[in-house]
Every structure is written in C-alpha cells, then in structure tokens.
Ligand binder design. Structure first.
Ligand code: ATP
Ligand code: MG
Length: 435
C-alpha cells in the first residue's frame, strides 16, 4: 500500500481547514443534500464530503457509510487532494497503491473511488467530494463534470458558512457593544437625574432659606424686646402671626417637594384647577425669581379645570420657569409671564420670558435629551425633553413659539369643559406675590 504524501504547505493547508470551522460539527442538511445528489448522479452507494485533517479524514456529510472518520494514512482522499483534476481509481484491487489497503481488503470493501478536490479561495485543498462503490466501474464524462460542479458547490457552501459565522460573531459583538452602550446610557441618565435632583435641591434650599431667615429675625426681635421689657402684647401677637405664616409657607414648599420626590408617571389623571398647579409651581421657585429681581406675572383664565397628573404638569412649568430664569437673569428687562388661554378643545399655557428668542441652532436640538448650552454641572439638558414627554403623555403638545419678539414655550393640554371644582384659589390672577 502506498500512503499519500504530505506536501510542504501542509501547515498552511491545515490552518485553512481549521478556519472553515467545520471539523467535528453537527451534520447539516445543505451538505447532506449535496452528497445525496452526488451519489444519485454517479449512481454509487457511497458519497462523502471528506475533510483531510492532520491524522484523519473526517466526514462532514456521508451517505452509505456509518464511520464518522478514518485514518488519513489509509485514505484515498489523502491522494485526491494533491490532484488538479478529479482523482479516479476504477478498480482498487487492480491498483498497486490500494490493492492491500484496509478499506479495500476489509470494510467498506471499496473498489471504485472518484474524488473531486475541495479548494479554499486561497487554493488550499482541504478535502474532497467523493463517490465510492463496492464494484469496479467508471464515470461518464457528464458524471465527472457533475461531480466537479458539485464539489465547487460544496466549497461555495463552506465559504458561505464561514461568512455567516463571521457575521454572527460581528452581530454578537454588536449586541454586546449595544448592551454596554445602553448600560452606559442608563448610568448617564442616573447621574443626570442626580444632577437634576441636586439642582432642584439647591433651588428648594433657597426657597426655604428666606422664610427661615425671616423667622430667625422675628424671634430675635421678640427675645430682645422681652429682655428689655419693651414687648407689648400687640407687637408680640403680630410677631408670632408672622412666624406662623412663614412656617405655613415652609410647610407648603416641603409638601410640593414631597410630591416631586415620587415618580408620578403611573398616577391616574384627576381633575385639577389650573390655578392650584401654577401656585404650587411658583411656591417652588418664587424666592429664586425674587432674589434675581425677576418679575413673575400670571395672566388669563386660571379657573379652568384640567384632567391631568398635577405634579407632572407642575414639573413641566417648573422646568420652563427655571429655563426662563437662567436665560434672562443677566438681562436689563427681567420678566416672565405665564398666560392661560382657553381654546375650543384644549387649554394653552404660554410661558414667555423677556429674552428675545432662542437662536435657530439651539432650537433645532434643545428638545433632545442631554442637549444643553449651560456650563457643566449647571444643566443636565433633560428639562425640555422630559417636559415634552410629560405633555405628550397627556395627549397634549409641547412646542417652542419663535414667532413673537420674546422667548415663548407653549403647552397645550386637552380640555373637557369649564371649571367645576369649588376649591377657592388662594392667589388672585395677576401679579403673584409668593410671600
Ligand atoms: N427660555 C429659554 N431661553 C433661552 N434658551 C432656552 C430657554 N429654554 C431652554 N433654552 C435652551 O435650551 C437648552 C435645553 O434646555 P433644557 O431645559 O432641556 O436643559 P437645561 O436647562 O440646559 O438643563 P436642565 O433643564 O437639566 O437644567 C438650554 O440649555 C438652553 O440653551
Ligand atoms: Mg432646563
């Protein structure tokens, strides 16, 4: 018996075979069908897709043979891979290279062999598509050609499979990267929310600080008068009343803050008086406006009732008021107006500030999450996008109106009808003094 020789490019050839990622994989229908076709066309009981590994030939697809692999040293395919054309042994018993081959002498009692080589695009012969018979025989030219064509199909299939695997690897990398990005985005949102919370806490601290300072001042005055014996009952009562009203005010601010501290997105919508929503919002930022000498005006039909999630609408207005505050703080003319207009099927709330409009490049991006023109740490860039989301979740519309001489944001909310609530508003419409 003559064992097939091993060529000098064997290392590269084995590498090319390894790269197909075919060895020891499960059977696949597309390969099985091709061996079936080869056996049909060539009229042989056995057909194989055989891959010639270092020490063995392993069958990716096989018909008529149960062994999954055989030794390379006794393989016919080991010879076939060195041929340029189809390798045919018409009668193995009459061939000096194979007559005593264990595959000829013993099972599967091979007599006829025809193998068309499988070549990678780099021209490495990694195996064969072969047909085998127990009888000596030959192939017609048409059968030979068909076997070559089918072998070509097998190599195409191998390449396709390789690209698919690569594609799947890329997809997996892509999915992993997307997961990392979305995790980072979540972390960014959490830190942005924390920053927003920090900013709000600073604002609220300001709101509470002022009445606290007033309480401290009054208490000091009362103690001094008491110590010096000049405290008159009427003066004392007035002082305590003032302290009481400041405590009420702080209580209101804290109630507003507690409402903000929870996520109201899942709350049901309720009938709410617009005036109450606006007042509660101003309670949370009025001091800041006053400290910056910004006039805060409220106008229009405040006695309307809206079906909404009150805290959320208040959050929208607070975002708009804070944005307006930041935009006009340094201007000479400083005013902000909240105007309520009642239209046939919706209520329009316009928040206008004394600024002269927003530049077009900012307008184009300002509703996007994380877009801000403010310094690092001063703005998260989430305000407008959150406000828009909230208004849209109420089936309303949120937009910037650049048609007038001043900066104006418009909130439109569906409106069912005139007010029915009996609750008396504590502030009249007009100039809202927060004290
Ligand atoms: N009233 C306004 N006048 C001028 N520019 C505004 C006004 N409102 C918003 N902007 C612009 O839109 C940008 C985005 O606003 P948004 O409320 O989304 O984020 P932010 O105010 O920057 O940050 P945050 O709301 O988290 O504090 C602002 O940075 C600002 O450039
Ligand atoms: Mg903002």
């Amino acid at each position: 018996m003559k064992a097939a020789e091993v060529k000098e490019n064997e290392g590269q050839r084995l590498q090319a075979l390894l790269e197909t990622a075919l060895l020891d994989t499960e059977p696949e229908v597309s390969f099985d069908e091709l061996v079936e076709l080869a056996s049909e066309i060539c009229q042989t009981p056995i057909a194989l897709v055989s891959l010639v590994d270092a020490e063995r030939q392993w069958f990716k697809a096989r018909k008529g043979l149960t062994a999954p692999e055989t030794e390379r040293s006794i393989s016919f395919c080991g010879h076939a891979i060195h041929e340029q054309k189809i390798f045919i042994v018409e009668d193995a018993q009459a061939d000096e290279r194979f007559y005593d081959n264990p595959l000829v002498v013993g099972d599967p009692k091979l007599r006829f062999y025809a193998g068309a080589v499988l070549k990678t695009p780099d021209n490495f012969a990694i195996g064969t598509l072969c047909v085998i018979d127990h009888q000596p025989r030959s192939l017609s030219p048409a059968q030979e050609r068909a076997l070559e064509i089918l072998a070509h199909q097998v190599t195409q299939l191998i390449e396709l499979r390789k690209s698919n695997l690569k594609l799947r690897e890329h997809m997996q990398t892509l999915v992993a990267q997307t997961q990392i990005i979305s995790r980072q985005q979540q972390e960014l949102i959490v830190s942005a929310e924390l920053a927003a919370l920090g900013k709000m806490a600073a604002g609220i601290a300001h709101e509470i600080n002022n009445p606290l300072a007033v309480i401290q001042g009054r208490a000091f005055q009362l103690r001094r008068s008491l110590q010096s014996g000049t405290l008159e009952p009427a003066h004392m009562i007035k002082g305590f009343e003032y302290i009481e009203s400041m405590c009420l005010r702080i209580g209101k601010i804290i109630r507003g803050l507690r409402a903000f501290a929870r996520d109201a997105a899942q709350d049901p919508q309720q009938d709410e008086l617009l005036q109450r929503i606006i007042e509660e919002t101003i309670d949370l930022c009025g001091e800041r406006f006053r400290a910056s000498h910004i006039e805060l005006r409220v106008a229009g039909d405040l006695h309307l009732t809206l079906s909404c999630r009150r805290t959320q609408i208040s959050q929208v207005l607070l975002n708009l008021l804070n944005n307006a505050h930041d935009a006009i703080e340094g201007l000479e003319q400083k005013w902000v107006e909240i105007e309520v207009r009642s239209l046939p099927h919706f209520v329009q709330i316009r928040v206008t500030d004394s600024g002269s409009g927003i530049p077009e490049p900012v307008v184009r991006h300002m509703m996007e999450p994380f877009f801000t023109t403010k310094d690092v740490g001063r703005g998260t860039g989430l305000g407008l996008s959150i406000a828009k989301g909230i208004v849209e979740s109420h089936d309303g519309q949120f937009r910037y109106d650049g048609s007038g001489p001043h900066t104006c944001f418009v909130v439109e909310l569906p409106f069912q009808g005139p007010a029915t609530l009996s609750e008396e508003p504590s502030h009249p419409a007009g100039n809202l003094d927060t004290e």
